[in-house]
Design a protein around this ligand. Structure first.
Ligand code: SF4
Length: 363
């Protein structure tokens, strides 16, 4: 997890809208247009005043738009980092600037605290691809086989899961279970992440046939196998090998970093693959003439703001429509109106908590 950088902390401590604007301009000039900065500085100032008086903490995923990301977030990070910090927080109110499954994760880890999601409809194509009932059917079909679910799932799926994982620790969780002697592991729901983890761990993957008639392989015939699900991130599936070839043709010295939710072909063609956290560390620590991140475009802006000495190329048409719903306007309304509260049934919280606790224990 990353605590707000010193410059961002100064923005949060500004004593007036004008001071907020001056500090935001210093950080975001050239990244956020001037006319937007004036509006956003006023919103950020109001949010920062309000949250302090309410003992609220704002957690922002790396995919938040740069003005929000740098002006109001107490902590930023990927899903795993934000889950960890929410579990350690002593704030009365957690405002989750991310998507619903992330806010649900914070609620599962903090059942007695108020968790707010600023935009009610901020969903996720991956989380949407699978239900708790789908997992129950898989468990009936493969009794005794452990279920690993990517954290990008809703609480009802986590409640049916043995181990959650993120893109940071997915391979570690699979290796952990394989070392414990499990020959078959159900790994849900991201098809591409599962294929990339299969390549990394050397364990083959199969996608079984589905009750809807879609055909697949038969895991019974393999000694060691990951049993996958064909969910996709609607953002990362857009990147192609052709994108990489086009960029390399124009800028031969570009280092290309791909998120593991990209297709295996894209991951193979890239120079590096890792979670958003690992991409940020890579840009910070490894010198290169220029970088291209194959992930949600706001993250490129956020890294550029933090590393003005680094040249970032952008394929800026690729924004997550769900992350994009979280705005400073709605974050202010969330605090003022205490909306939209995440509520989950107690039994789901209890069962889902077990799989999350196991995830937090495996690095
Ligand atoms: S970027 Fe992809 S995985 Fe992340 S919230 Fe958007 S749709 Fe879901």
């Amino acid at each position: 997890m990353q605590k707000a950088l010193e410059e961002d902390r100064k923005i949060q401590d500004a004593k007036s809208v004008q001071e907020t604007l001056d500090l935001m301009r210093g950080k975001l000039e050239g990244i956020v247009p001037e006319f937007e900065l004036a509006i956003k500085a006023e919103l950020a100032f109001k949010i920062n005043q309000l949250k302090k008086g309410m003992n609220a903490v704002i957690l922002a995923h790396n995919y938040m738009e740069p003005a929000l990301f740098h002006s109001v977030a107490d902590y930023s990070g990927d899903s795993l980092e934000l889950a960890r910090i929410s579990a350690e927080s002593d704030a009365d109110i957690i405002v989750f600037c991310g998507v619903r499954f992330m806010a649900e994760t914070a609620k599962i880890l903090n059942p007695d605290r108020i968790v707010l999601l600023p935009a009610e409809k901020a969903g996720c194509s991956l989380a949407q691809s699978i239900t708790g009932e789908d997992v129950r059917q898989l468990k009936n079909r493969y009794p005794g086989v452990p279920v690993v679910s990517y954290v990008n799932t809703y609480a009802e799926v986590k409640a049916e899961t043995d181990y959650c994982c993120t893109s940071s620790n997915a391979a570690a969780v699979i290796r952990y279970l394989a070392d414990k002697g499990h020959d078959k592991i159900i790994f849900l729901p991201d098809e591409y992440l599962a294929k990339n983890v299969a390549a990394e761990t050397g364990i083959p993957i199969l996608f079984p046939s589905r009750p809807d008639g879609s055909k697949g392989g038969d895991p019974e015939n393999l000694k060691r196998v990951l049993i996958g699900w064909r969910g996709r991130c609607e953002v990362h599936e857009k990147f192609t090998v052709e994108d990489i070839e086009n960029v390399r043709a124009q800028f031969t010295d570009t280092v290309i970093l791909a998120h593991p939710e990209c297709s295996p072909e894209v991951v193979k063609a890239a120079d590096f693959s890792g979670s958003t956290k690992r991409m940020i560390e890579y840009v910070r620590n490894i010198d290169a003439p220029r970088y291209l991140l194959l992930t949600e475009c706001s993250m490129g802006d956020n890294i550029a703001a933090e590393n003005p000495d680094r040249e970032m190329l952008r394929l800026c048409s690729v924004r997550c429509p769900h992350m994009n719903l979280i705005t400073l306007e709605d974050t202010l309304k969330a605090l003022r109106e205490m909306r939209f509260r995440i509520e989950l049934p107690d039994d789901i919280i209890k069962k889902a908590r077990r799989s999350l606790d196991r995830m937090l224990q495996i690095k």
